[in-house]
Design a protein around this ligand. Structure first.
Ligand code: GLU
Length: 290
């Protein structure tokens, strides 16, 4: 049943995507009002960012629906909209956000080195990553799936992958899951998922695996070429990554996420981006203030 639902949602994908491209919203503007009168305790990261009037956010540049570099050079997608909501609550305009591409394998180091203030990049919260960075959220729950070419009838789930070559991104949880739990699968691991698309199209790899919502973006972007198969087979709760130990900043972002569930901003951000292709989730995730 679930697979059918994914399919139906994707039929209208390309139409919805082209409609959103000529919508009224200026790509730059976020869904939340920028809070110009907000103030923060001295010495906090919130005060530092607010006073500077700018923030650097790491996201993906190659993932339609969540983070895809747009025609004007800035990224668009649900993660990008979540970033604009966080910035707005710090009193920072969307136009004053510096966007940096953070492919899967460099997310932790980008935070640790201070190259970015936060990462919002289809970033699964897990214990291993929590050794290096902290997470606010989750703000969304995804799940790992498989994408194959439209004409492939051999692969219907991870158990059909024995002896097959599967592409994913280095440093991602789907790649790690394949390596740990599917030892008979040959892995191709470029830096970014978009580097898997041509090898999949021309048969160099048999499947691309990552989160369902990322794959849905590629299906929509490449109409008629690819399809999702099977059901989600992991849980991938998406968090906002920040420097480890900055508890005040983590509390603040958790508050922003929870408020966005209640005040309609999350839904507006969804409808403007991923919601053009995917159903709205039935429930919001529960924020984990660990
Ligand atoms: N959510 C998974 C992860 O954080 C896969 C998506 C990605 O690589 O961004 O590793």
């Amino acid at each position: 049943m679930r697979a059918t639902k994914w399919k139906i949602a994707l039929v209208v994908a390309s139409l919805a995507m082209s409609m959103s491209a000529c919508g009224e919203d200026k790509a730059d503007e976020g869904v939340a009002d920028v809070d110009k009168n907000v103030s923060f305790d001295e010495g906090t990261t919130m005060a530092k960012l607010h006073d500077a009037g700018k923030i650097t956010i790491g996201t993906k540049f190659d993932q339609p629906l969540f983070g895809l570099k747009g025609p004007d050079g800035t990224p668009e997608g649900f993660d990008v909209e979540m970033g604009k909501i966080v910035a707005a609550k710090l009193g920072i305009d969307a136009g004053d956000i510096k966007w940096v591409a953070t492919p899967s394998e460099i997310r932790e180091t980008s935070i640790e080195d201070g190259r970015v203030d936060i990462v919002i990049a289809t970033y699964t919260i897990n214990d291993e990553r929590k050794q290096l960075v902290d997470f606010a959220g989750p703000y969304f729950n995804a799940g790992q799936m498989l994408m194959v070419t439209e004409d492939n009838d051999d692969i219907n789930g991870p158990d059909d992958l024995k002896g097959k070559t599967v592409c994913s991104a280095r440093g991602s949880t789907p790649a790690q899951n394949m390596a740990d739990n599917y030892p008979e699968v040959k892995l191709e691991l470029p830096a970014e998922y978009s580097d898997c698309l041509e090898p999949l199209r021309n048969g160099q790899v048999d499947a691309l695996t990552t989160d369902n919502v990322i794959l849905s973006g590629y299906v929509a972007q490449n109409e008629g070429d690819f399809k999702l198969v099977g059901d989600p087979f992991t849980e991938e709760p998406y968090g906002i990554g920040l420097k480890k130990g900055d508890d005040e900043f983590r509390d603040f972002i958790n508050d922003v996420i929870e408020e966005s569930f209640d005040n309609g901003e999350w839904e507006k951000a969804w409808n403007k981006t991923a919601g053009t292709v995917l159903d709205m989730p039935a429930d919001f995730p529960k924020v984990d203030r660990y």
